[in-house]
Write a protein that binds this ligand. Sequence first.
Ligand code: GAL
Length: 410
Amino acid sequence: MRYRMTALAAAVAMPFAVPAGATDLEVTHWWTSGGEAAAVAELAKAFDATGNKWVDGAVAGGGNTARPIMISRITGGDPMGATQFNHGRQTEELIQAGLLRDLTDLANKEGWANLVQPKSLLDSCTVDGKIYCAPVNIHSWEWLWLSNKAFEDAGVPVPKNWDEFVAAAPALEKAGKIPLAIGGQPWQSGGALRVLMVAIGGPDVYQKVYGDKDAEVAAGPEVAKVFAAADNARKMAAKSNVQDWNQATNLVITGQAGGQIMGDWAQGEFQVAGQVAGKDYTCLPGLGMHEVISTGGDAFYFPKLADEGKSKAQEALASALLDPKTQVAFNLKKGSLPIRGDIDLGAANDCMKKGLAILAKGGTIPSGEQLMSQDSLNQINDLFVEFFNTPSMTPEAAQKRFAEIVGTAD
Ligand code: GAL
């Protein structure tokens, strides 16, 4: 999606005069599914309303593919005006190398510390007391998305938790359904493992493994239960022959699959397909086992640029991203929760309301991207895609390798 408007057309369309120095700014992100594209268009609209022009730099293939491209552009001297990353540890090296812009002055002027909730979001943008990113949402991974139609077709009730879901798998298979849809990209199976870690092992085990990098816990009996669940997951997903996460969501939307473990960005796809939460599909936070959600998400980072006009436009973009109106429009389409506590999300659907309620009672945990370096997470992702694709690899063998990775993780 590109927003090509001539300066004259832009001036005519704007209700106010275009500020001197208004400029084009290339913004990169990996939001290419239907729901994601609808959501990012809201950010572009908000930025264009400042008189500047959003030049869309979508990179397909998901975070694993897009992130290295974005990073190499910044390190290679061809920086974009702004880029999405997951807030957390993905930008540590870029910040250390002095390649990203310090937004502290703007953040102080606009009082971000008082309005961004939970506080951990801004902490994740902060290195040595300086703020380097503008958070735009809270996305949580810990959800099971279920097709009500698939269960109706199979003649079994929609499950209320992971155990019931596993028990329903034979009935789904008999009805010609794939019990669990999962795409082939490594981040999807690696993410599913973290979700199972919270749901089956509980938040403490999750924190010990991903936060404290405790190899003993990772090799122990609690995590063995998680690997037994992961073994069930891979058997249930044996016929799930898709790559992208949104193709897997589509199997659920169309009732070909029973469910998908995926972050709440899946909601954007249900919405674009015209499905209604609670009626057409059901969502189980924490897989119905431990009702907690992680408070990771997306944030925009701004490479240092020599051009003064573009640097000004970066500030206008950062401000627009946190604006209450942008927060409502964007998050309703993205399926994520706003980063401000003073937002009225009256139009939130059933699933977003569940997320907001969990947030309100403080049922939150840090995201994997906040706890562990992306290099270590990638090693786990690779192990997990191998586990899903290699039926002869036992859960015990996979757990042993997992514990070794955790032992050397940072
Ligand atoms: C995540 C990102 C989400 C969502 C997802 C799939 O990393 O935080 O916003 O877009 O990838 O593309």
